[in-house]
Write a protein that binds this ligand. Structure first.
Ligand SMILES: CC(C)[C@H](C(=O)O)[C@@H](O)C(=O)O
Ligand code: SF4
Length: 467
């Protein structure tokens, strides 16, 4: 029987049937952050659970911590309780914590792959919907609730139904100026924000195989915005090279054995998927969202859609509401829309390669008057590596603020927010109503598009900006 990569990953972790159509599966790594991770550790304490394998869990604060230079857990007072619970729970059980100011701290989905906590083929959970990011390394990774986290901490298992399989292939080559962010936004735009519900998505095709590893993390990051909890790319030699030498990656003889195993993690050529989509990579232009769902996305050289053209009444109403919230008029080009803020950050686009792409656009240029522009590196490592290359100076000389690692304006859960009515081009993954602050208007785009917008003071086609 030909097998999909999902079949293989599932078979590697399935312990047996758990009733009700669910399986009991083994969990290899558990990641804990200052919101859901702190809640899970509190639940563990309340229920009196033991954590038999603390070496398989890792913690870091990222969500409700200030990104201001010199920040501590107390800088954002409302977040301090979560950080305290994370610290106390980690210390009590011997779970490794990458704390504020320490090497390794960062957005949980950035630091996990970076430190080799996440490896190809592992089953990874975190109390966070963007855990699917880790699929970029070929891991089976998904978000869970904090009670499930507590259960997994106590038992190293979870009950879950095997999802159906969907393959989305980008065939051909992406044009110049098109990034993984544009590819996944375009897929969500064409297929819809609910298209992946109930599926695990394997991102495949020649254009995906050609993507660098960090771009695959970006691609998988937005799988949840397509409605699928799980997304992955079959791991290949590029991934093994990227993982090699990381702090917790296997070494020596164990490395050789691991790579031999990882090479088996792929779908058979004749595997059959429950659903399959093929997108011509050559048709994907740089994207920008206009509305309040990631599916409200258009190529940057397109016009803002008219609700009259919506495919049904539900979407017509949604489009009208989105345009009203965003303060946009249908039928006008999205390029040229004046902006107030730019945010380069988040688990989508705050790795070193993302900062390099943005910095390449900014050398010798200045942020437009009236635009507030922030870079929030994804982790302490990203920040240090960027500083070693002088990227921080490129950003600050252009007029960007260079801040401390965390989620920051992606979710505005740390006291930082885009002001009401202000328009922000953001490299994050969600443009929901109020996501970046009450009344804030978000336009999702790639790091290069965000940098170009900062310089122009308006939404602009990155292809008209020669580096
Ligand atoms: C706060 C957290 C649980 C949440 C998530 O699950 O994704 C956040 O990270 C987000 O991106 O909205
Ligand atoms: S950066 Fe944004 S999307 Fe990623 S985990 Fe943090 S809040 Fe969620």
């Amino acid at each position: 029987m030909p097998a999909t990569l999902l079949d293989r990953l599932w078979a590697l972790h399935r312990i047996g049937p758990a009733g009700g159509g669910q399986d009991l599966i083994h969990i290899d790594r558990i990641l804990l952050h200052d919101l859901s991770g702190a809640r899970a550790l509190t639940e563990v304490a309340e229920k009196g659970y033991a954590i038999p394998n603390p070496g398989l869990a890792f913690a870091t604060p990222d969500h409700a911590v200030s990104s201001a230079p010199g920040r501590t857990a107390e800088t954002f007072a409302k977040g301090a309780g979560g950080v305290k619970a994370l610290r106390e729970g980690a210390a009590r059980h011997g779970i490794r914590l990458f704390d504020l100011g320490e090497d390794g701290q960062g957005i949980v989905h950035v630091m996990g792959p970076e430190l080799g906590i996440v490896l190809p083929g592992l089953c990874v959970i975190c109390g966070d919907s963007h855990t699917c990011t880790n699929g970029g390394l070929g891991a089976l990774a998904f978000g869970v609730g904090s009670s499930e986290l507590a259960h997994a901490l106590a038992t190293q298992t979870l009950r879950i139904a095997k999802p159906r399989s969907m393959r989305i292939r980008f065939e051909g080559a992406f044009p110049a100026g098109t990034t993984a962010k544009d590819a996944v936004l375009a897929a969500i735009g064409r297929l819809g924000a609910g298209a992946g519900a109930g599926y695990a998505v394997e991102w495949a095709g020649s254009a995906v195989r050609a993507l660098p590893v960090e771009a695959r993390l970006t691609l998988c990051n937005l799988t949840i915005e397509l409605g699928a909890r799980i997304g992955f790319v079959a791991p290949d030699e590029r991934v093994f090279e990227w993982v090699a030498g990381r702090d917790l990656a296997p070494k020596g003889e164990m490395w050789e054995r691991a790579v031999a195993h990882w090479r088996t993690l792929r779908s058979d050529d004749d595997a059959v998927f429950d659903a399959e989509q093929v997108i011509d990579a050559g048709t994907v232009a740089p994207q920008v969202t206009w509305g309040t769902s990631p599916e409200h996305v258009i190529p940057v050289d397109a016009t803002i859609p008219d609700p009259k053209d919506a495919p049904d009444a539900t979407r017509r109403r949604a489009w009208e509401e989105a345009l009203a919230y965003q303060g946009l008029e249908p039928g006008r080009p999205i390029a040229g829309t004046p902006i107030d803020w730019v945010f380069i950050g988040s688990c989508t686009n705050a790795r070193l390669s993302d900062l390099r792409e943005a910095a390449a656009l900014l050398r010798g240029r200045r942020v437009a008057a009236g635009v507030t522009a922030w870079v929030v590196p994804g982790s302490v490592r990203v920040k240090r590596e960027a500083e070693a290359e002088g990227l921080d100076r490129v950003f600050t000389e252009a007029g960007f603020a260079w801040r401390e690692p965390g989620c920051s304006l992606c979710v505005a859960a740390n006291g930082e927010a885009v002001p009401p009515g202000a328009r922000c081009v953001s490299t994050s993954n969600r443009n929901f109503v109020g996501r970046q602050g009450r009344g804030a208007r978000t336009h999702l785009a790639s790091p290069a598009m965000a940098a170009a917008a900062a310089v122009a003071g308006r939404i602009v086609d990155v292809r008209s900006f020669a580096p």
